[in-house]
Design a protein around this ligand. Structure first.
Ligand SMILES: [Mg+2]
Length: 143
């Protein structure tokens, strides 16, 4: 069923380059947090994440983290230094928080992408919201 299939697959978030975002007309990039942008255990944004966010911003792409993680304080502390708004307890695959972000940042679905590691939450939420679903592999530590 196509509803379970991501529109694009990547190994890691770093593979979603600013030039690809431009080419694909992405203005709003909604991102899952755990195992997408960080390992579950990471307390602070990794250098590669900070660089990537900067590059996205420089390319004119708004990045918003939409997570099912309910730890509000932890998420705020993580997201503040990288200048990215975050939504916690998003209850994906429900699409309400994705739609709210599109409203808030005045971006229609055709310019929006949801990036995440799980089809049962991230991919489905994207489909329900009518935006493209881009999937990354579960994040692993690079040793
Ligand atoms: Mg995840």
């Amino acid at each position: 069923m196509t509803i379970f299939r991501a529109d694009k697959n990547f190994e890691r978030f770093e593979d979603v380059t600013p030039s690809l975002l431009k080419k694909e007309n992405v203005k709003l990039l909604l991102c899952d947090l755990d195992n997408t942008l960080r390992l579950h255990s990471e307390k602070e944004p990794a250098d590669e994440l900070q660089e990537w966010i900067k590059d996205c911003h420089a390319a004119g792409v708004k990045v918003v983290i939409i997570s099912n993680n309910g730890r509000k304080k932890m998420m705020q502390k993580f997201c503040e230094p990288i200048n990215v708004p975050c939504v916690w307890w998003a209850k994906k695959p429900m699409s309400k928080k994705l739609t709210e972000a599109m409203d808030k940042y005045k971006t229609p679905p055709e310019y929006t992408v949801m990036l995440g590691d799980k089809w049962s939450t991230d991919v489905l939420a994207a489909k329900f919201a009518g935006v493209r679903a881009w999937k990354v592999e579960h994040r692993r530590s690079v040793v």
